[in-house]
Design a binder for this molecule. Structure first.
Ligand code: TTP
Ligand code: MN
Ligand code: MN
Ligand code: MN
Length: 371
């Protein structure tokens, strides 16, 4: 009957924290293209366009099926004219000429190469590019290039740390960290976070949260853990950042601002012989070990849920959680706390579920946060 046909509405939210995004991506052909465009805009410091393509990629990643025609995208949020033009090219020709042009561009290729080194960000990469440097040997033979300690280590272990870390290797590192922490204190807890907690098969590093119920111990425990790893002879690099956490501070407005918990960015030596799936290259096979990036963060116990939610990612999921809190709830969220600007009060949480509940969001499991 006229006007009463119920149309099935399955609206996709503009916020990643209201979508369920598993590691299965049916639209990789589009999202890979968007990510190239986003990287290219990031190198040119055109933040708006960069974010637009990251958001568009994130929306498509949440879809259960492949997009077969532009009509399929009609009701989807975050897809602008430029995005749709790229999709149209891919639908018609199987590839985007705009993306191919970027991929063959010398500047893009060089900046991608340089930023793939641990410790080299877009600013440094750009500076080197402007000096006419195009390859690693250009950088390493240029007399007045100063490399900081992180970059020196980045070049030294380039092969190893640019190779993906497997789940088996993540587990082996978990055992090493667990053993080191418990040799120091028995009441500390270790939780796997980052991409592996989201169910990813591979990662660029392994992220762990360490907590202890002993008050203020989280401020002093990390140097002890680092000493222990050093004594074991497996510490190849350590960037330790002491806690600057202040309970009175409001959550940060800036997303990319680092949190204030005690943390360290490590490179550890992982013996390969006993790790199933760990020996994946000939050189490593001969050596019997590989270098792996590991991050450790130590929030105080009462901030554990916020730290866990913040460090589980994905980056896009985190961005949208904060944006949702601010725009839809007048709340400020970061890795430390949730603040309600209407009630002028902090909202406490002991689990991630508490935080979703405070925000009036359905709970999204870690493996559904691959936005
Ligand atoms: P990453 O380890 O960079 O990314 P990932 O684990 O999602 O993916 P990969 O497999 O490539 O390692 O960061 C994990 C999360 O931690 C990410 O959501 C951002 C967050 N994070 C912070 O909140 N504070 C920090 O200081 C850092 C370095 C990361
Ligand atoms: Mn999916
Ligand atoms: Mn990670
Ligand atoms: Mn990390």
């Amino acid at each position: 009957p006229e006007g009463s046909t119920p149309t099935p509405v399955t609206t996709v939210s503009q916020y990643a924290c209201q979508r369920r995004t598993t590691i299965e991506n049916s639209n990789k052909i589009f999202t890979d293209a968007f990510e190239v465009l986003a990287d290219s805009y990031e190198f040119s410091e055109i933040e708006g366009s960069c974010l637009a393509f990251r958001r568009a990629a994130s929306v498509l990643k949440s879809l259960p099926c492949v997009v077969r025609c532009l009509g399929d995208t009609e009701d989807l949020p975050c897809l602008g004219d430029h995005t749709k033009a790229v999709m149209e090219e891919i639908l018609q020709y199987g590839r985007s000429f705009e993306v191919e042009k970027i991929l063959s561009d010398e500047r893009f290729q060089t900046l991608k190469l340089f930023t793939s080194v641990f410790g080299v960000g877009p600013k440094t990469a750009e500076k080197w590019y402007r000096r006419g440097l195009r390859s690693f040997s250009d950088i390493l033979t240029e007399p007045d290039i100063h490399l900081n300690r992180m970059q020196q280590t980045g070049f030294l272990h380039y092969e190893d740390i640019s190779r993906a870390v497997s789940k088996a290797e993540a587990r082996a590192l978990g055992n090493i960290i667990d053993e080191a922490v418990h040799a120091i204190t028995l009441d500390a807890m270790i939780a796997l976070t980052g991409g592996f907690r989201r169910g990813k098969e591979f990662g660029h590093d392994v992220d762990f949260i360490v907590t202890t119920p002993e008050l203020d111990r989280e401020r002093t425990l990390l140097p002890d853990i680092i000493d222990r790893l050093e004594q074991q002879g497996i510490l190849l690099y350590c960037d330790y950042q002491a806690s600057t956490f202040d309970i009175t501070k409001l959550p940060s407005h800036r997303f990319e601002a680092m949190d204030h918990f005690a943390k360290c960015f490590l490179i550890l030596r992982l013996e390969g012989s006993k790790v199933e799936g760990g020996l994946n290259c000939a050189e490593e096979d001969r050596r019997g070990w590989r270098a792996v990036r590991v991050d450790l963060v130590l929030p105080p116990m009462d901030r554990y849920a916020f730290a866990l939610l913040g460090w589980t990612g994905s980056r896009q999921f985190e961005r949208d959680l904060r944006r949702f809190a601010r725009s839809e709830r007048r709340m400020l969220l970061d890795n430390h706390a949730l603040y309600d600007k209407t009630k002028n009060e902090f909202l406490a949480a002991t689990t991630e579920k508490d935080i979703f509940a405070h925000l009036g969001l359905e709970y999204i499991e870690p493996w559904q946060r691959n936005a």
